[in-house]
Design a protein. Structure first.
Length: 197
């Protein structure tokens, strides 16, 4: 499906690094010590992220000056694929539970996630090295799992893996529809003309 962008809109994909907020600079004094997307590129006025990644997550982020694009993408149910490195050797039983949908906490209520595609990643994925601030392998071995969602609730992947006993240590979004992170490195920004999801 080819999503048409508003004429004169400007669109980007970027590899959001660990420790960067998925927003442009804030004037909130509570956030003065935070790092924002402005540090990666001189984005045009009015540019906004389509969806978010939390501060400790990294990977593919789409940005646009088209205010209606985010809503169109969310309503279209476009797939988003994440690689999660979890604490411990994840089991097939846990993968099956995740794929069928699992209850997580959301805004003070119980929410059951929609069925999704979940599979173990046997060989370590080819990704940039993790932030040294991540405590990977400090206590027990870690393993990787691919989770592909058509929804995007707040900290959903982290809550899902924790619910089956395998907290997420590192989370990287590698795909949005047909857009892939490929060989991008943390901080890379690419301008787009059109996106064929």
């Amino acid at each position: 499906m080819l999503l048409k962008f508003k004429e004169m809109s400007t669109n980007f994909i970027l590899y959001k690094p660990f420790g960067v907020l998925s927003q442009l600079a804030s004037h909130d004094p509570k956030e003065r010590n935070k790092i924002f997307l402005d540090t990666l590129h001189d984005f045009p006025t009015g540019t906004m992220p389509v969806g978010r990644l939390d501060e400790k997550s990294e990977g593919l982020l789409l940005m646009t000056t088209d205010g209606k694009l985010s809503d169109r993408i969310n309503r279209s149910g476009i797939e988003k694929e994440y690689y999660a490195q979890v604490d411990g050797e994840i089991t097939e039983a846990s993968i099956e539970k995740l794929s069928k949908g699992i209850e997580i906490g959301l805004s003070g209520r119980i929410y059951k996630t929609a069925p999704c595609e979940v599979k173990a990643i046997v060989e370590e994925p080819s990704l940039p090295p993790p932030s040294p601030l991540l405590r990977i392998g400090r206590h027990r071995s870690a393993s990787w799992v691919s989770i592909t969602l058509k929804e995007g609730k707040y900290r959903q992947v982290r809550k899902m893996t924790a619910a089956v006993g395998f907290p997420t240590l590192r989370l990287v979004r590698v795909r949005i529809g047909s857009l892939r992170i490929g060989s991008m490195r943390p901080g890379d920004v690419q301008r787009l003309d059109a996106i064929d999801f």
